[in-house]
Ligand binder design. Sequence first.
Ligand code: ACM
Length: 488
Amino acid sequence: AEGGYYMQEEIREVVEYARALHITVIPEIEMPGHSEEVLATYPQLACSGKPYVNKDLCIGNEETFEFLKNVLSEVIELFPSEYIHIGGDEADKASWATCPRCRTRMRQEGLEDVDGLQSYLVHRVEVFLNGKGRRLLGWDEILQGGLAPDATVMSWRGSEGGIAAARAGHQAVMTPNSYCYLDYCQDDPTREPAAAAAFVTLEKAYSLDPAPDSLGVDVVPMILGVQGNLWCEHVPTGEHAEHMIWPRLMAIAEVGWSAPERKDYDDFHARVLDAVAWMQQRGYHPFDQKNAVGPRPESLDTLHCLSTGRQVVYRTPYSPKYPAAGDASLTDGLCGGWNYGDRRWQGWLDTDVELVVDLGERLPVKRIAACFMQGFYADIWMPRAVEISVSDDDRHYTPLAVVENDIPFEYKQDCYREFGWSGQTAARYVRLKALHNGHPGGWIFTDEIIVEYPRRGGFPGCFLAMCLPLQWERGGAKSFRPPGNRVS
Ligand code: ACM
């Protein structure tokens, strides 16, 4: 709502509008993490007692529980839903470890670690909700430290949390982020509005099987269904929200409503194109699926060039968080897709990156290049510059080029840019130094190092060999007609 909050009267209107359409609105009241806005106005609920310092509620403080009971009581008055979502995701937990009140709580309750504190809070809130005739729903992190007895788990970090909950006899809702997150970009990010630096196509969303039979007859019935999530940090308008939701929500709905053996992407895709046209005619703003680019074109081919299969010497080791396919990744002929998390992009955090390709022998070289990406919302930046040099002994390097970045830091759409050199040289070792742009917490990502001696189109002349017909007349071409092009 305008101004960032709903009045009670507005909530009643939303709930009633949905009810008339047979839709239940379930509120999510986030705790104990993601609570910065609460702590800004109720700083006494933070471990530090100060606003804008901590992200989590203090679990050692009884006032936290008073506050939550008051908020939840008001929420329960407004929302008739059986379930109340209490969040539970992405608590930082760092302040709890040193907070005297949290430590006292841990001692008194016999809790082993900070996970136990989160679990303590969720248990207490569940008792409160159950006392009001409601049931607790939370993100899969509520498994940490032990699940509350009747809790239902919403599985967002993959499906594993939901499966673990279902195996333990709890209900689960599947919303694994790599299939169900509608804030992720759905097509070529260089043409799409800036979004979370991650990627879910219509086809990917459609491919989810939320409850495979292989889980067994005890587990499958515990999985209640699927959910799509649209977080709106980067979605300022209703039109933009429609663009992000449609048509991927159709895929999520069909995943929920269809037996897996009845799913057929080609058939679905054809129906989606009709549905999108229908929506467009009525003034809605779905993504124009018929013009989708699909996967990054570079990622569909396998490269074969001088560097393919050669050893990369990592003067700067890549981050264990983003190893891609390991040491062979940058010369395996496979370029990355749109998403840095696709195991083809290799990442380095807070450092210049120095890489050497050993071609095995001295070879003529005409082109050296590597592609880098920028993902503003994932702290992935173009290098400030890339220095390209060559050597025959891996000790004395001849500089060939310093390629400066020209993508602004503030550029929010994901983008991909090649830093390269072309010319004539010969060398055994090729070195690239990608210089960090200096922003703390910033990543550098690259997917492939390309060293080429291109031949395509590079020959000095063109030749045509033919046998002259015995009867060669000047007017011959005029009387020639291609077969099938008869003039009657
Ligand atoms: C979540 O996306 N943090 C549930």
